[in-house]
Design a protein around this ligand. Structure first.
Ligand SMILES: [Zn+2]
Ligand SMILES: [Zn+2]
Ligand SMILES: [Zn+2]
Length: 168
């Protein structure tokens, strides 16, 4: 059984995003506590910036935001914080966009399928175990053992496809 996609699905354009940010930070705190990881101020701030929206953000945009806030962070500081957050599954790196997006459900198992909207640039996670095992099986048939899967699927989210069909 695949878990219901409600947590990781595309949020409607007008939703209480402060709630998303608060949930993400609370989840991160809890996860770090249970795994004995240090959720330092910079890691927290970087996670907060990644969660500014459901759109992926680049490392240099994070750096700019920190510097605008007078933090004067150096690129390695940001990269180290991102590495930590990725390692903890709190943030995912999307290779095709060279950008980072917050994980809505870091406690669940990750199979790494991402739906990327070309309209609003929001990202949702599919994390479908069936797709994961199908890829493993097909790769295995070729004698290839899949270790890490990262599927990035581009298209239009429901809100953007509605807008597209409304326009003349
Ligand atoms: Zn949100
Ligand atoms: Zn995730
Ligand atoms: Zn969209």
């Amino acid at each position: 059984m695949t878990r219901l996609p409600d947590i990781a699905a595309f949020p409607p354009p007008a939703h209480n995003h402060d709630g998303c940010v608060a949930d993400a930070l609370a989840t991160a705190e809890e996860l770090c506590r249970t795994r004995g990881l240090r959720f330092t101020a910079i890691r927290r701030r970087v996670l907060e910036l990644v969660w500014e929206s459901h759109k992926p953000i680049g490392a240099y945009d994070i750096l700019d935001a920190l510097n605008r806030a007078g933090k004067k962070a150096a690129p390695p500081t940001v990269y180290r914080a991102l590495e930590f957050l990725i390692e903890a599954d709190l943030v995912h790196r999307l290779d095709s966009l060279n950008a980072f997006v917050g994980c809505p459900d870091p406690s669940s198992s990750h199979t790494g399928q991402f739906l990327i909207c070309r309209g609003c640039h929001s990202v949702a996670e599919l994390d479908d175990a069936d797709i994961d095992s199908l890829v493993r099986t097909k790769a295995g048939a070729l004698g290839f053992s899949a270790v890490h899967q990262m599927l990035e699927i581009q298209g239009l989210c429901i809100a953007c496809s509605e807008t597209a069909s409304e326009s003349p």
